[in-house]
Every structure is written in C-alpha cells, then in structure tokens.
Write a protein that binds this ligand. Sequence first.
Ligand SMILES: [Ca+2]
Length: 285
Amino acid sequence: MTVARLPARRSRNCPSTVAATIAACLTLAIAPLSARAQSLASADFGTYSDGALVGQNGWQQWRTETTSPLTVSAGRVAWPGGATTNNQDAFLPFPSDVVQPASGTTVLNFDMTLSVDAPSASNPSYFAALNTNNTSSTSGNFQNARIVAQTQGTGYVFGTRVNGQSGYPWSFGTQELTIGQDYALRAEINMVAGNANDFINLYVGPDFDNLSLYTTAGYGSGSVNDPSFGSIVLSQFGTASVIEAGVSVGSISVTQVVPEPSTIAMAGVGLAAAAAGLRRRMRQG
Ligand SMILES: [Ca+2]
C-alpha cells in the first residue's frame, strides 16, 4: 500500500509548542540540586522499636559474629567501644551496587547524626563504612568509605579513607570535637572515572544545613582498586591492636547526587523534542 506524501506545511501551534517545551526543560534545569538526590539506604532510628537492630527495616547481620548485638534504645544505636574482639556488625543494602562511572564523577553523600562517647585512643577501627556489595556474601566484599574517631586532646577527631588499601590512607581532621556532643557528619564520596583517583570530602557541623569541610581523603601511592558501594555497615570490629570507638548513632543514610544537567544540554534536548514534534505535525498536516 502506498501512502500519499502530503505537502509539508507549518502548524500555527508549533511555535508555542517549541516555547513550552524549552520553558519546561529550562525549569527542570534550574531545579534545586537537593531535589535531585536519590536515596539508596536510609535509617532514622528515632522511628525504630527498642530492641535488636538486625531484623528491623532491612538491617541484616554482617558476617557471623553475634556477641554484643547492636541494639536500638530510645531512638539511638549505641555501643560502648573499646572491645578487643569482633562483636556483631550489621548492614543495610542498597537496591543495587553503585559502580565506578565510565565517565565523569558519581557523588554519594554518606550521612550520619551521631555522638562519639568513647573515641579510639589510637589505631582506630571504623565504626561505619560502606560495603562493596549489597549482599551478605563475604567474597570480594570489603569495607570502603571508612569512618573513625580518634582521641585528640580532651576530645577527638574524625577520620576517613576511601577503602582499606594502603594507597588510600587515613585522613584526619584537625578541629577537636567534643565527646558526647551530637554532630551531623557527611562523607561526600567522589567516585571519579578511572582508577586511583577517588576521594572523600568529610564535612562536620551541628546539622546538615551548617556543614564545614573537615578533611579530604584521597589517593596517596601504591596499587589500589577503586571501590563499588552496595550497603551501609555499622561495625563493632575491634582487636587487641585495632581499637573500636564507642558511638551513639541517631540516623544514617546514603543518597546519590544526580548530576545537574547543564542548561545548554537541557535546552538542546528541548529543541530536539520540539523539532520532533514539528516533524510529526508536518507529516500529519
Ligand atoms: Ca575512580
């Protein structure tokens, strides 16, 4: 069957369609960045029941250690620290693993509200981290984006590192913080395309609207594999030589910051869409 090709003519509606499409795209392009964050895992312990953390709202036991189980009490998950054995850890998985980007930078905000009640005297062990995978499999599943608290003066400092490999050393802040005081802590994880180039900007403040850059942890030297991220871990890992801290956590979450599309790129999309609409209308006569 042959379809007769109608002569093209411009629709009077097209200019307004083009303008409306571009306007809608420009509106999208200037939307606040905060509206462009995707939650990967989130726990507000203020909404939890008192009792075991594992089994509530998706939290699972990590590895096999069950001693000193993590417990919710009055809206907090707290443990005393100082243990020289590996007590229970728990993880909260993302829907899927966030892998290294093929280009550009993927940013994850790893947020906690917490107080540190007993910082590590020396050689700190992480109390929070992100596992490589979102499953309970221990094969190839390591603790990345590690967070520690170490004694300094009469208070303490936070530290972080991208993963547990020596090429990504600890970086500590210098501002002495107050034991027992609540802080908002953000590890802004920058996953940069390519290897040995990821970094973490660690921010501290009284709340998430008033954060200050505390320290930056990046690559030093050596051989490393940049990590993927699949779940939040609360860790009571400790040994006789690697000391765990005592913390009290009110909330913990990870959000992925969706890159802000440039106005030019969005306008380009808008023009392409408008052009497609124009072509359709021309075909339809
Ligand atoms: Ca990288």
